[in-house]
Design a protein around this ligand. Structure first.
Ligand code: DC
Length: 225
């Protein structure tokens, strides 16, 4: 029986990656790593400190020695930068766009690649992102590509934003998401795409429990190999 697997979950925004990755990790007793949060932190800092997207040295300096901590709570993960709680700040729509823009910069990707590999190398982890199965851990034990229809992804993202108290319309959310997905899929370096050996899960008509059940079935099959 294989233990301490590396499980990669990639896919576009709103496909249900965060909730299902978190639950999958909890069910397996694994660590959950939200790699998007790393790009969001760099996006937030670049935005607050007015660091231009052309300033690759400035962006890379932000990635160095990040005093970042992820604190798991029952249904949530709090993100702390030093003593500052940035959990809500990194989810703002402006920061989502900034995260997507900084993530297209090769120097930022390279700096965060090392960090992500360090975080996951011992296994017993579920890593969620855009390029985990293709670039960060191309030899991951199990790879999933989670997707859903654009309408359903937009609706989920809009509900999520409303729960966080962000006022926005469904139309604006759909536009923002389409823009970000296009940038994430068309960038030159490590674009969002399905690894050839990834298992595709379309969550459009599935509940969260059904998705997690499906993921667990695939993981159990690999563990028995
Ligand atoms: O998963 P998320 O929405 O929190 O990610 C925010 C942005 O970070 C996303 O638009 C693209 C980028 N990202 C990436 O390029 N590679 C990853 N592994 C994770 C996220």
């Amino acid at each position: 029986m294989k233990t301490s697997l590396i499980i990669a979950i990639d896919g576009p925004s709103g496909a249900g990656k965060s909730s299902s990755s978190r639950q999958l990790a909890a069910r397996l007793g694994y660590r959950y790593i939200d790699t998007g949060a790393l790009y969001r932190v760099i996006g937030l800092l670049a935005w607050e400190r007015h660091i231009s997207l052309d300033d690759s040295k400035g962006l890379v300096a932000l990635c160095r020695d990040l005093p970042l901590r992820f604190i798991s709570e029952s249904t949530n993960v709090r993100v702390l930068l030093g003593e500052r709680d940035i959990t809500a700040a990194i989810r703002q729509p402006e920061v989502s766009q900034m995260a997507s823009k900084v993530s297209a910069q090769p120097a930022v990707r390279q700096a965060l690649l090392t960090l992500q590999r360090q975080m996951g190398q011992d296994g017993g982890v579920v890593l969620e992102g855009r390029d985990i199965g293709t670039v960060v851990f191309p030899d991951a034990d199990v790879k999933f590509f989670l997707d859903a229809s654009p309408e359903e992804r937009g609706r989920r993202r809009h509900d999520e934003l409303q729960q966080q108290g962000v006022t926005t319309t469904l139309d604006a959310t759909l536009r923002e998401m389409a823009e970000r997905d296009q940038r994430d899929s068309e960038r030159a370096h490590a674009p969002l795409r399905r690894a050839e050996d990834a298992i595709v899960v379309d969550s459009t008509t599935l509940s969260l429990d059904e998705v997690v059940h499906l993921l667990l079935q695939h993981v159990s099959a690999v563990r028995k190999c």
